[in-house]
Design a protein around this ligand. Structure first.
Ligand code: SAM
Length: 255
């Protein structure tokens, strides 16, 4: 899959043994639109093209024995050198041992111009590649999946959303969960009543100030009840602190 040859804000390059995996990203949804507009660049690099034997082999048995195979350093090193077109290029290895990916890391990586992602398979990649070339080791969660490709898709999509213009209205990105450290408020659409459940009256009031306040409050309620750990780290505004105090008092009275 080749780059779209425009002048994108961020360029993503993915080293993989399964380039086809990424085709749907360029065909559907927000990412595909941004790619076609030239806002983001995307390219896959087939690791097997850098194999040094006729079998196009890119993996070998681990030194010291044991199960599974490991990506060999020679083809992978060559692929990385080819992908690093700029001095400032940053290399990301998707790995369960990496830093847990979150909104802050997505924002940080969205400031880069050129990002190379390494998708591992089997037992992973030769450690010397990590030591020599990798700038960020990133994990999508405390579990193991079979390959770095789905992880790369998640991370790339989340980074792309932070690039101005990728999501039509930046306002909706800023209001997404985690952007300000809190979860999103609940959303409703037509009909007003569904299976006996009514839309909260305030959302039908047309009073925008009250609606904003309700949404602000619901973000805090959602976070407090579902992810209280986030509240410990969130930098709350004075209004949010006041609202949170009120919510906690109301909850205390109910129990
Ligand atoms: N032996 C490795 C370990 O226990 O950490 C797991 C290797 S995993 C089967 C194969 C590849 O999938 C990894 O090299 C990595 O690229 C990717 N992968 C698996 N889980 C991941 C996660 N939680 N986050 C990011 N990448 C992951």
């Amino acid at each position: 899959m080749q780059d779209n040859e425009k002048n994108p804000v961020v360029k993503f390059k993915v080293i993989t043994i399964f380039p086809e995996f990424f085709k749907p990203m360029l065909e559907f949804g927000i990412f595909s639109r941004a790619y076609k507009k030239g806002l983001i660049g995307f390219e896959t690099i087939d690791l097997r093209d850098f194999a040094t034997d006729n079998y196009r082999s890119i993996d070998d048995e681990p030194y010291g024995g044991g199960s599974g195979m490991v990506f060999k350093p020679v083809p992978l090193g060559k692929a990385i050198k080819k992908a690093k077109s700029e001095k400032k290029t940053k290399v990301v290895y998707l790995t369960p041992s990496g830093k847990l990916f979150n909104s802050d890391l997505a924002k940080e990586l969205a400031k880069e111009k050129d990002l190379v992602f390494i998708c591992g398979r089997y037992e992973g990649i030769d450690q010397r590649i990590v030591d020599l070339y990798v700038d960020y080791e990133v994990s999508i969660g405390d579990y193991v999946i079979s390959g770095g490709e789905p992880a790369a898709m998640i991370v790339i999509d989340a980074i792309a959303r932070q690039v101005e213009g990728v999501v039509k209205e930046m306002d909706s990105v800023v209001k997404d969960s985690f952007y300000d450290g809190l979860l999103d408020y609940p959303h409703y659409t037509r009909p007003e009543t569904y299976n006996g459940l009514r839309v909260p009256a305030v959302l039908l009031s047309g009073d925008h100030k009250r609606i904003e306040l309700w949404r602000e409050k619901m973000k805090l309620v959602e976070t407090l009840t579902k992810r209280p750990d986030l509240l410990e780290r969130a930098r709350l505004t004075e209004t949010q602190k006041k609202l949170l105090k009120e919510i906690k008092e109301q909850l205390r009275k109910l129990t």
